[in-house]
Design a protein around this ligand. Sequence first.
Ligand code: MN
Length: 335
Amino acid sequence: MSLNLNLIPEYKTAADFFRAHDNLLLLVHEKPDGDALGSVLGAAHLLQKLGKTVTLVNDDPIPDKFRFLPMADRFKLPEEVEGKFDNVIAFDCGDKRRLGRSGALVADGANLLNVDHHVTNDRFGTENLVDLDAAATCQIVFKIAHQLGLELDCDTATCLYTGLLTDTGGFRYSNTTEEVLLIAANLLKKGVAPYNIVDRVMETMTWPQVLLIRAALDTLGRDESGRIAWITITREMIESAGGCDEDVEGLVNYPRNVEGVEVGISFREAAPGKVKVSFRSKHVVDVGAIALEFGGGGHARAAGCTMDGDVDAVKEKVLARVREVTAQPEAGAGA
Ligand SMILES: [Mn+2]
């Protein structure tokens, strides 16, 4: 299969970094998702192939559904690692803060390569490969492998396929490009079992997750225009379902998917006085820009922020701003 990949010059920077350094610390954002884990583990396999030693660290335990990823058992908590690292690569992480406690393992003056696709990325690396055209950081890692001229084995391909799958919502979101599908097809050729992966990471739900869907849908609200809809998840709802914070992931798609809705929002009580707000939009509203105004970030169609205050106060503030933005003519009123 001929692959005509769009390789911006930073791919060479990244490939050179992979070749030049050893004893690397590999980091991703806290509460890692499929793309964060797929990209860092895919890169770990590539670096091992280059004969490098890697250390994988994250603030949070790896979610059960991602433990099948080859080398996922190598992750350590920052407390379990001694010393600081002079050579570091961060994946799928828009800014240094999102590295959490693990960020403290980066030595002063370290060589830090920042590999990401978030439009809000602040270029915190000493070298940066921020490819805004990439649907997933896994897509970027695939292209680094291509730049390095490395053949992918099935384990590496499985990691990269997982992130491509999750960050495109199962190849459904607007970031699903020709290049994404060409890369996915190439990964299948390496022996990836697509049904096994999608069943583990996207289809299978735990009982608490289903109970939380039921409870969350009970809170569904919509504004007068019908263009904004939301759900609310309280601590009490999560506890009585016997679930955890990750179980809430993806619920924001229910309000977003309602016919006529442009912006779907979920408000989750993260802790007393702290609310995690997730935004999804369909066609025109840049929710990444809205999230940024509230101290968060993300993409034009998917973004989030964490705000201080009780759920009702946060909801009022956020809805007022989203109403304003959604009512602007360029936000496609009547479209
Ligand atoms: Mn990503």
